[in-house]
Design a protein around this ligand. Structure first.
Ligand code: UD1
Length: 416
């Protein structure tokens, strides 16, 4: 597995363009299976999770090609409703095919999805939503079988505003007969992007971005063209990298509307932020402590908890970081401690006492965002760090080392 070798204590300076959002592209790619025809999706990042989704679509019979940042997906010859375990286990987002394939073919067989080891991540809410629409869902020898004679509009109330369950329920309901109302949905911007894509396909959905989504079922959908929204988590990570390095970084292709909970925290601890229509500039010197609690959007995103915690290891004073979304999302803590951070985990909170310096050492990226947090720490640390298992980072950050190098960072990939 590849490693990053990072020499720290460089103030990052310059501009970097943010890629299209992985978490918007994945459900949109799954949604192309809802119709026959060729869809063109612009600004799809070239990431291992995206390549895994392409492999699933191709297995199902779709023809997929990439032209630069565009993906061209022809779903005319789609002829399978079974996804084998080796394709499902690569990532959590493979579960989107459950909603989409039942929506179109009224039938799907697949195993439990994989993904980062950040807690149990069950799919009970996805299944309950499908059942409400009339599907019969059962499990046999580890294979989930979902079937329906027909799907009918229904009133669905999610027990928790799960991002994936909201998106899956939307994809199952677009072709159901009648009206579906989904309450207590997640309000993440990626759900608005999926709504926009589905409506371009001919669906009748409104409400994404609020806590209730209304869907008026249609008979057919058609292929379409769409540009994926920018990746707010990649954007947040680069803003944090700029601030933690006491640098001056401008990120483009991003709106501050997606990131106000992070930006509010950062300006509160001493960072200087400037925004425009599609850029955010961050300048920082010594930062001070704050408390963070992850929450569904518009709260502080769980995907930025690890990079933010990394920044707080060198902020003046004691900070408390509380993770409420996932159970096992402090895998970066032990690694940061190896670099000299002072952190104590108590239940779902990490108590972070700011230190003057971190020191480069050998650490492991144990999941995607934990890996990103180690890159940030290594960039700020004294000396050289080796980050192992960067395949986790490659799942969610497109060309991260090239983008950081363009800001002046000393980071190289060592391929084994
Ligand atoms: C999505 C994002 C991920 C992000 C997360 C929370 C994608 C591809 N991934 O993941 O980057 O960290 O939102 O913002 O968009 N849960 C259940 N039952 C279910 C579904 C979820 O109990 O059926 C629980 C999960 O275990 C977790 C919480 O709900 O504790 C949030 O999960 P969810 O919002 O579903 O996250 P994902 O859609 O998996």
């Amino acid at each position: 597995m590849d490693k990053f070798i990072v020499t720290g204590e460089v103030q990052l300076k310059g501009n970097v363009r943010i890629s299209g959002a992985k978490n918007a592209a994945l459900p949109i790619m799954a949604a192309t299976t809802l119709c026959s025809g060729t869809s063109v999706i612009h600004d799809v990042p070239d990431l291992s999770d995206i390549r895994n989704m392409i492999a699933i679509l191709e297995h199902l019979g779709a023809k997929v090609s990439r032209e630069g940042k565009d993906l061209i997906i022809d779903s005319s010859a789609l002829n399978k409703v079974f996804i084998p375990e080796f394709l499902m286990r690569e990532m959590r987002a493979s579960i989107f095919l459950m909603g989409a394939l039942v929506g179109r073919f009224k039938e799907v067989r697949l195993s439990y999805p994989g993904g980062c080891t950040i807690g149990p991540r069950p799919i009970d809410l996805h299944i309950k939503a499908l059942e409400k629409l009339g599907a019969n869902v059962k499990e046999k020898h580890g294979v989930i079988i979902a079937e329906a004679k027909k799907l009918s509009g229904a009133e669905i109330v999610l027990d928790f505003p799960s991002v994936g369950a909201t998106e899956n329920a939307m994809m199952s309901a677009v072709l159901a007969n009648g009206i579906t109302t989904i309450r207590n949905v997640a309000r993440e911007p990626e759900i608005i992007d999926l709504e926009t894509f589905l409506n371009k396909m001919g669906a009748k959905i409104y409400g994404a971005g609020t806590d209730t989504i209304f869907i008026n079922g249609v008979q057919n959908l058609h292929a379409t063209e769409h540009t994926v929204m920018p990746d707010r988590i990649e954007a947040g990570t680069f803003i944090l990298a700029g601030a933690m390095s006491h640098g001056d970084v401008t990120i483009t292709n991003i709106s501050s509307n997606y990131l106000f909970s992070l930006l509010d925290k950062l300006s509160g601890i001493g960072a200087v932020l400037t925004f425009g229509n599609d850029f955010i500039r961050v300048k920082a010197n010594q930062l001070h402590n704050t408390d963070i609690k992850t929450l569904p959007f518009p709260g502080f995103p769980t995907d930025l908890q690890a990079p933010m915690l990394s920044l707080l290891t060198m902020a003046k004073g004691t900070s408390i970081v509380t993770e409420t979304i996932f159970e096992n999302r402090f895998q970066h803590v032990d690694q940061l401690i190896r670099m000299g951070a002072k952190i104590r985990v108590e239940g779902r909170s990490a108590i972070v006492r700011g230190v003057n310096k971190l020191t480069g050492t050998i650490v492991e990226a144990l999941d995607l965002r934990a890996g990103a947090s180690l890159v940030l720490a290594a960039l700020a640390a004294e000396g050289t760090s080796i980050i192992k298992q960067v395949n986790h980072i490659d799942r969610g950050y497109e060309m991260i080392e090239q983008k950081l190098q363009s800001l002046g960072a000393y980071i190289i990939r060592d391929m084994e």
